[in-house]
Write a protein that binds this ligand. Structure first.
Ligand code: TXA
Ligand code: MG
Length: 329
């Protein structure tokens, strides 16, 4: 479906009709593209799992049009949740709350909590408002693969299996939302994202950080998926430059993902050394470099500072050969 065939209004109408039929569509958000379906329709939600090839016990985020819908999906909502929604919605923040009884097990993976987020993308909001209900939407990639940040990435992942992908351009943020669990005694960050721990604490006070990100939290259901497929090695600049020389001496084809500028004689991509700008370009760069089919992808290690927590989290998962989906918090 391209804009040449129909007007914007026609395409939105087609998308809404598909959602009402219980089908999944590609939906742009400000973080990454989602594979969206009616969150109150268990059959529609099962379609998402089938398309992604994702284990059914992985919970999905329900996207809603505004904070007024919180009470429809969640109960016993703490004041901290309303404060965070007020401060950051629409935006890249997901709240884990105690679910209402009617929320399908297919959405929550059988847990008694539900993840809720109001995305800051005009097309996502337009669809959500017109649809009326919630849209369950994981990142629109096959299980264990790199999250998509353009409509073309979604087409590349699913082809004709997902005929309707709304094109909202490049995702502004580029990495998945920050997830805060508000169901426990203390709020806890389950997944770092663009909205930092400091910004969250400025609104609701102390929160616990995500678990030690160095120890993989892989569950027993972990499968051998790789994101990207090319082996990935993360090194500080000097070590990377030496490694590049050595690998080439062995006749290996290498790509480099560098900060700011590529080392001499190296092919690859350089990303800005500003965390938000780096995050914006990260997944497209990994997809591009992975597609080259080289023997090795060398990634320059970003600084180990709080500003880089979310980027380092995604790079560590990629280096471990563990996609975000494989490593549920
Ligand atoms: O930015 C985003 O969050 C994107 C866009 C599309 O909104 N979505 C996204 O969805 O990243 P997904 O399915 O790829 O990742 C959702 C994460 C998973 O790690 C899942 O375990 C966690 O959210 N999650 C969802 N519901 C949860 C719950 N009730 N309890 C704990 N974790 C939950
Ligand atoms: Mg994902």
């Amino acid at each position: 479906m391209s804009a040449m065939d129909s007007t914007h209004a026609d395409i939105i109408k087609l998308a809404l009709a598909a959602l009402h039929r219980g089908e999944a569509i590609g939906l742009p958000t400000e973080t990454v593209y989602g594979l969206a379906a009616d969150a109150s329709n268990p059959r529609a939600v099962r379609t998402i799992f089938a398309l992604k090839g994702r284990p059914a016990d992985h919970p999905l985020i329900v996207h809603i049009a505004d904070a007024d819908q919180l009470d429809h999906w969640a109960q016993s909502i703490p004041e901290s949740a309303r404060k965070l929604a007020h401060a950051f919605w629409p935006g890249p923040l997901t709240l884990i709350l105690k679910k209402q009884a009617h929320v399908p097990d297919e959405v929550t993976g059988g847990q008694d909590s539900v993840g809720l987020r109001c995305p800051a993308h005009p097309i996502a909001l337009e669809v959500l408002r017109a649809f009326g209900g919630g849209l369950a939407a994981p990142s629109a990639n096959r299980f264990g693969r790199i999250s998509p940040t353009t409509a073309q990435h979604v087409h590349d992942e699913f082809g004709a299996a997902v005929p309707i992908v709304l094109d909202g351009g490049e995702c502004a943020v580029g990495i998945e939302s920050t997830i805060v669990d508000l169901t426990g005694a203390k709020p806890r960050i389950l997944r770092p994202g663009m909205i930092s721990q400091a910004r969250i604490e400025a609104v609701i006070g102390a929160v616990e950080a995500s678990g030690n990100a160095d120890s993989p939290r892989a569950s027993g259901t972990l499968e051998a998926h790789y994101a990207p497929r090319t082996p990935l090695l993360m090194l500080p600049r000097n070590a990377l430059e030496c490694e590049a020389i050595e690998q080439r001496a062995f006749g290996k084809r290498i790509s480099v993902l560098a900060l700011q500028r590529l080392p001499n004689d190296c092919d690859g991509v350089s990303l800005p050394d500003i965390p938000d700008d780096y995050a914006h370009g990260l997944y497209a760069a990994l997809r591009h470099l992975d597609a080259r089919g080289d023997n090795l992808l060398l990634v320059e290690r970003p600084p180990d500072t709080t500003a880089w927590i979310a980027v380092n989290d995604r790079l560590r998962r990629a280096a471990a050969g563990v996609g975000e989906d494989d490593d549920a918090p």
